[in-house]
Design a binder for this molecule. Structure first.
Ligand SMILES: Cc1cc2nc3c(=O)[nH]c(=O)nc-3n(C[C@H](O)[C@H](O)[C@H](O)COP(=O)(O)OP(=O)(O)OC[C@H]3O[C@@H](n4cnc5c(N)ncnc54)[C@H](O)[C@@H]3O)c2cc1C
Length: 411
């Protein structure tokens, strides 16, 4: 009997555990160690922000998303010791034959000089709910949405946020009284997805009157005078500030001997294996350079996105099952990713393509329409449904929808 320990019960951890359980069919131990007993669906934070969802609609017990034979340990992981094939969580020791690290990325707003509670973010559940209240009571003025640093989760989410905020004020008849600006240190929107998508998203923002400011590195915020300082010289006054906070790897990675110079975990891009043969890292915590891409002087890395955590989890689970079964572990991760980009008015764009494409990622935006928004809603319903009839129904709907429009849906 083998023991597979999965650290983190988010997107990557859930998919790895269920896929392993499907493949191994009993006889082995699958343990998920997760500090939260509840799971929230992060893409829906945008809908919490604009009032389309209530908190309770996007939170479910973690156990309801996992197959029954999977053991869930509700504890924080405090130590990872790959040389001894063990981890410590909640003061207990867990030994493993295979380890999958899917601990995601932590937010570090305190790294912003001048950070205080008046600054908003929709990158957390509580933050999105709080921002909804702020937007509801906002009388008009300048809204600044700032990407504080890279990398950050979901390269589409800041642009979706800007468009949904615009849509929120338009619906209230306040569009003439609100000016929205999006600041990013990147030279274009979503450089990780290539120039074609970047230009298409720029066009979407322009159409909505959102001012896009590229190559703006945030130095500090003065919340008293409501001023932002960029690039050591450019200032910008705001009335409402929304930030995408700096991201960092969970602190336990730093002590594990697995972290690279930036704190994330380097992996083999095809197998997601770390420098230890039986230890894998997937999702946001892993760092995978994009071939030939630099920004501006650092290698660009594969975006931190649920779609990739999901695909990587699938590859790792299959390879572990192959190894246990004495077969060749030859599943490979390929970075064909997609994203439904919410644009407001219940419309969305659909970005799809090869993020490992050369000379640059080849991701295209399909024409904006209601079907992509419906696809995103169906995906949310499928993801949050417990096992059983409803889950199967949503999966069938998504797969049939994908078949009709010629896009394979892998769930
Ligand atoms: C607003 C927003 C919108 C997004 N929209 C999209 C989208 O449309 N499409 C898309 O593909 N992606 C989207 N994402 C990104 C997506 O949510 C993440 O990339 C994805 O969840 C990463 O999966 P993961 O398994 O690596 O990490 P997570 O899903 O974050 O899971 C990590 C888990 O580890 C747990 N954990 C951390 N440290 C410890 C510890 N020490 N001990 C125990 N447990 C621990 C955490 O509690 C968490 O449950 C969005 C994110 C945000 C914030």
């Amino acid at each position: 009997m083998k023991t597979i320990v999965i650290l983190g019960g988010g997107v990557g951890g859930i998919v790895t555990a269920n896929e392993l359980s499907n493949r191994l069919g009993g006889g082995h131990k699958i343990i998920v160690i997760e500090k939260n007993s509840e799971h929230t669906f992060a893409p829906s934070y945008l809908w919490l922000m604009n009032g389309a969802r209530k908190k309770k609609q996007i939170i479910v017990p973690l156990k309801s998303l996992l197959k029954e034979d999977i053991e869930v340990v509700n504890a924080g992981v405090s130590e990872i010791v790959p040389a001894e094939q063990k981890v410590i969580a909640g003061e207990k020791e867990y030994r493993y034959d295979f380890l999958v690290i899917a601990l995601g990325a932590d937010l570090a707003p305190e790294k912003i000089q001048g950070w205080d509670d008046s600054i908003q973010t929709y990158y957390t559940l509580e933050g999105a709910a709080r921002l909804h209240e702020k937007l509801t009571n906002f009388p008009g003025g300048k809204v600044a949405l700032v990407i504080a640093s890279m990398p950050y989760k979901c390269p589409g989410a800041p642009h979706e946020g800007a468009m949904l905020i615009e849509d929120f004020f338009r619906a209230k008849g306040l569009q003439e009284k609100v000016e929205i600006s999006l600041f990013t240190p990147e030279p274009q929107p979503l450089p990780v997805a290539g120039p074609e998508l970047g230009n298409a998203v720029k066009g979407m923002l322009e159409k909505k009157g959102i001012h896009f400011h590229p190559s703006m590195n945030l130095n500090s915020v003065d919340t008293k005078s409501k001023q932002l300082l960029f690039n050591g010289k450019d200032t910008f006054g705001y009335d409402l500030l929304v930030v995408i906070p700096p991201h960092q790897a969970p602190s336990v990675i730093g002590k594990s001997g697995l972290a690279n110079a930036s704190g994330w975990i380097d992996v083999n891009p095809a197998s997601l294996q770390t420098k230890y043969e039986n230890v894998f890292a997937i999702g946001d915590v892993a760092s995978i350079p994009l071939p030939g891409r630099w920004i501006p002087d650092k290698p660009m890395t594969l975006p931190k996105a649920g779609v990739f955590a999901h695909l990587q989890a699938d590859v790792v689970a299959k390879n572990i099952a192959h190894k246990i079964g004495g077969e060749k572990a030859d599943e490979k991760f390929c970075a064909d990713g997609y994203c439904m980009l919410e644009a407001g008015e219940d419309l969305a764009g659909f970005a799809y393509g090869d993020f490992f494409g050369e000379p640059h990622p080849q991701v295209q935006l399909k024409q904006i329409g209601r079907k992509w928004h419906i696809g995103k809603v169906l995906f949310e319903k499928w993801w949050l449904s417990p096992f059983g009839f409803k889950k199967t129904l949503y999966k069938k709907l998504l797969q049939e929808g994908g078949r009709l429009i010629g896009i394979p849906v892998k769930l």
